[in-house]
Write a protein that binds this ligand. Structure first.
Ligand code: ADP
Length: 393
């Protein structure tokens, strides 16, 4: 039987992990990449170079794929509409549905959907219909402004206080109360077209101090059983209500008084879910493909506690170099993943380190005692073999 082909819109590291997982499932992949050196190009069976909003590139992708899916959200709204229309007549499916992406890719329509459907979220206003004075009156300082569209990895999110209030944007922002939270969480939910759901244990997300970018993720999250149950139920309800197909990440806060608030819905595999590569029976990438290709969901139990630490591009360019997409167990329980990116700006993700152990505390200790970096970066970048074995996907 001919292998099914999955078309992936976007070709960053999420796409690369999807291509790797697809190969293990016996699926073919074709990616739409903006640049020939995007990480997923080397791992896909085929690729098309084009802009993510280039209608003809997307048409060519869908003509060569049985299932079209996304690793990014910032896809032109016209193109999404066309994908949706074409799926009605052509022999391919798109998952998740383009109208879900259209709803979620604008933070204001996403927040309004949460409110309309009774899911708790931080108070907000659309900055386009609210002056700075009105926003300050409503939320006080500090408050948060976010780009309604196109933000990712905390880019486009700014906490405004007395010193920075002059930077209030006059258009294109969602303005929110600044939540005083004790934990940030992420729930990974996979749903298939028949409505079956697979839930992963809750993940704790830790931002870089003083910044809005993810530094570290831990699974299971260090929260109470009741918070975990409540959060997973809410995440499952959200994806069910959306009738989403694929893997979704629901980001949440636990506030100082113990309330759960939904921060954001991502209709795709997620940075906080990388640790499922080592810790779960079915990684988030395999699960997403199983869901969108109708292969039946895999078990999402956790076999070991895990931590994932992002490796970000620093200012000095120390780690800014070519090198292939690679992974290696550099020490027992410590995996290094290198994304093989080039042309990076400060703060972009270069790779991640995963640690697995009997408990999250032990995984944290492992990271702390792991006298990492320079040596391993160098080995991984240049694909040198030393004591660590290169891990097959
Ligand atoms: P992005 O889509 O760029 O990831 P998010 O909405 O997830 O943007 O925000 C990035 C980070 O900013 C969050 O992980 C959190 O640390 C912080 N943040 C977002 N919204 C709020 C808020 N209302 N109050 C306090 N911190 C927030």
């Amino acid at each position: 039987m001919k292998a099914m082909t999955v078309g992936v819109i976007g070709a960053g590291q999420l796409g690369a992990f999807l291509c790797e997982a697809a190969r293990n499932l016996g699926l073919k992949t074709i990616v739409l990449a903006q640049k020939p050196k995007d990480p997923a190009v080397a791992l896909a069976d085929e690729h098309i170079i084009g802009d993510l909003s280039d209608a003809s590139a997307i048409k060519s992708l869908r003509e060569r794929a049985d299932v079209v899916t996304f690793e990014r959200e910032d896809i032109g709204s016209d193109v999404l509409q066309e994908l949706d229309n074409a799926a009605e007549s052509d022999a391919y499916t798109v998952a998740p549905r383009p109208d879900i992406l259209r709803l979620l890719q604008d933070k204001a329509t996403q927040k309004q959907w949460l409110v309309t459907n009774g899911f708790p979220t931080a108070a907000f206003v659309d900055g386009d219909v609210c002056t700075r004075e009105q926003a300050v009156q409503q939320f006080g300082l500090p408050m948060v402004q976010k780009a309604k569209r196109g933000g990712f990895d905390g880019r486009g999110v700014q906490i405004l206080d007395e010193d920075s209030i002059d930077e209030y944007w006059t258009s294109g922002a969602l303005v929110e109360e600044c939540v005083s939270y004790t934990k940030e969480l992420s729930a990974l939910v996979a749903r298939d077209a028949s409505g079956n759901i697979a839930l992963y244990p809750m993940i704790e997300a830790i931002a870089k101090p003083g910044e809005q970018v993810l530094d570290c993720a831990l699974m299971p999250a260090r929260i109470s059983e009741s918070h975990s149950k409540q959060a997973l139920q809410m995440a499952a309800d959200i994806v069910t209500k959306l009738e989403g197909v694929g893997l979704f990440a629901i980001e949440m806060f636990i506030t100082a008084d113990g309330t759960l608030l939904v921060n954001e819905i991502s209709p795709r595999v997620h940075n906080t879910g990388h640790l499922t590569l080592q810790a779960s029976e079915t990684s988030q990438f395999t699960q997403h493909l199983r869901a969108v290709c109708g292969l039946g969901l895999g078990p999402s139990e956790q076999s070991v506690a895990a931590l994932c630490k992002n490796v970000l591009h620093e200012d000095d360019g120390k780690y800014y170099e070519d090198g292939p997409f690679a992974r290696r167990e550099v020490e027992p329980g410590v995996w290094f993943h290198w994304y093989g990116k080039e042309q990076l700006g400060k703060g972009r993700k270069l790779g991640h380190i995963s640690c697995t152990a009997d408990s999250v505390e032990k995984a944290i200790n492992l990271l702390e005692t792991f006298q990492a970096p320079a040596r391993h970066y160098d080995e991984i970048r240049h694909n040198k073999s030393r004591s660590g074995k290169v891990r097959a996907a």
